[in-house]
Design a protein around this ligand. Sequence first.
Ligand code: TYD
Length: 210
Amino acid sequence: MGFFITFEGPEGSGKTTQIRLLAEQLTKAGHQVLLTREPGGTTIGNAIREILLNQAHTDMSPRAEALLFNAARAQLVAEVVRPALAQGQIVLSDRYTDSTLAYQGYGREQDLTDLRALSEFATAHLAPDLTLFLDIDPVEGLRRKRACDDEWNRMEAQTVAFHQRVRQGYLQLASQEPARWRIVNATHDVATIQREIQQQVANLLLLHVG
Ligand code: TYD
């Protein structure tokens, strides 16, 4: 089995840049790396992404939203993630089940026990080996995102209070499972953040070699 590493964080936390840099470093070091993102990462998942993030879909019910994120996830896990792990690859995913707990659970205030059960079903109980949380105040994150993104999606368009709940939710999730989570300060510069991420990933890989 390979390694499954997930990246979580509020909007504008710089996950995408950091994942790309980490993938380059791991590839150079001789690892087989697979990059993916949620929602999306498959043809079916991308079609679902389109529905989920469409600004016109203001009347989507919170339960439909949770099911759609998990439908995309189920497809991604079955089609991409599990086969790659079975080949011994390192899978880096931009978001995973914790996004549902943070956004639909803490953000939309839906029942966390139900959401956990839904994610367990969608993934057939596939849990990450390591989850890196890129922590940033949502106001700063949204400001950064606005500066470099012309497209504003349906989730980003939620209120600041929603995004504050999401961040607090992440911090709570991290405190409940400290062995899996690492909190990285995402206000530092790109190189500093990347160094810390590489260190955490090296620790994980060493732990399993040793
Ligand atoms: P995306 O453009 O991929 O943003 P980011 O770069 O921040 O990941 O949009 C994904 C949005 O969907 C983002 O606002 C987080 C949200 N989301 C959920 O609400 N629940 C989920 O389970 C997932 C995977 C994402």
